[in-house]
Write a protein that binds this ligand. Structure first.
Ligand code: G3H
Ligand code: ZN
Length: 313
């Protein structure tokens, strides 16, 4: 199966999010996970296969700098899609700001791109997000609408690669529900990242998610909603967000820790004359797969691969 777009992977989830007659327990969000190496990419898709869930894998700008090439990542993702045809998955460029670079990702074959102009004025955010939506919908190598687009309104606190926002600034910039409909309509984006109290990176104290704000945002737009800053969010908060209509949940920092903890443990337990990198990296890949399977349960997307495929084909 080819890579699919984020719009496709979330279509079934969004339908359930918007239908007031659907039991909130039936709703689900698709998990989106950051990677910076090929073993992590494979671990993510193996975890999704184990959970029979759809999945989104995300390349941050920091990871791109490390890997060095959008083409390399896109080709690898296409190879993985061929090898794991039962997993509906999306290759996403995360928190990108440079319009030319985002367009290059579209042309290389990313199936979702995020334009993050959330720190700019409302008007500039609209203009940049629209420019990317117009381009991505037309210029994917997979054809018209072969790449979808996420944009952000409001700002999350914390640190993540190129993103650095103080708690003070973020506190002033929750997503304004009154602006959501206009933003989505004027930009033509496919998904909206919202700032409702989560932050990037590890939390010092448990996050206070503003569920009232989420309810208002959900009421004001029919577009798919995205929760960033998933690391450290308690399970019950994930479940509540999903029941209230969140369609995509991003996890980055926590997954890095899962991976490096497993690699550290492998190094500590291997004999000193063991030099096979597979014995060191392999346990990291396995740990990632287990974490993706566990998160798929929290997001209620475990077992939803078939529903996603049916909604597309
Ligand atoms: O875009 C990526 C995410 O929002 C990840 O956030 O590192 O806090 O899990 P996190
Ligand atoms: Zn994020």
């Amino acid at each position: 199966m080819p890579l699919i777009t984020m719009k496709q992977v979330m279509a079934d989830s969004l339908k359930k999010a918007l239908d007031p007659n659907v039991d909130p327990k039936e709703r689900y969000a698709v998990g989106a996970f950051n990677f910076s190496t090929i073993p992590e990419m494979v671990g993510i898709v193996e975890g999704a296969r184990e959970a029979k869930s759809p999945v989104i894998m995300m390349l941050s700008l920091g990871a791109l700098k490390y890997i060095g090439s959008l083409e390399l990542v896109a080709a690898t993702a296409r190879g993985i899609a061929k090898q794991y045809p039962e997993v509906p998955f999306v290759l996403h460029l995360d928190h990108a700001t440079d319009l030319e670079m985002i367009k290059h990702a579209v042309v290389c074959g990313f199936t979702n791109v995020m334009i993050d102009a959330s720190s700019e004025s409302f008007e500039t955010n609209i203009a940049k997000s629209k420019e990317i939506a117009d381009f991505a919908h037309k210029h994917s190598p997979y054809g018209i609408n072969g790449c979808s687009v996420e944009a952000e309104l409001g700002m999350l606190a914390g640190h993540e690669d190129n993103i650095n926002v103080s708690e003070e600034d973020a506190g002033k910039a929750y997503t304004d529900p009154a602006l959501v409909a206009e933003f989505v309509e004027k930009t033509g984006i496919d998904a909206l990242a919202v700032a409702i109290g989560t932050a990037h990176g590890f939390y010092k104290a448990a996050p206070e998610i503003k569920f009232d704000l989420l309810a208002e945002i959900r009421k004001n737009t029919d577009t798919a909603l995205v929760l960033h800053g998933g690391t450290g969010v308690p399970e019950e908060d994930f479940r509540k967000c999903v029941a209230m209509g969140m369609s995509k949940i991003n996890v980055g920092t926590g997954l890095k820790k899962v991976y490096t903890d497993a690699v550290r443990e492998a190094i500590a337990t291997l004999p000193a004359d063991e030099y096979d990198p597979r014995k060191i990296v392999g346990p990291g890949r396995k740990a990632i797969a287990a974490e993706i399977a566990a998160k798929s349960e929290f997001f209620n997307c475990a077992g939803k691969a078939d529903a996603v495929l049916k909604s597309i084909y």
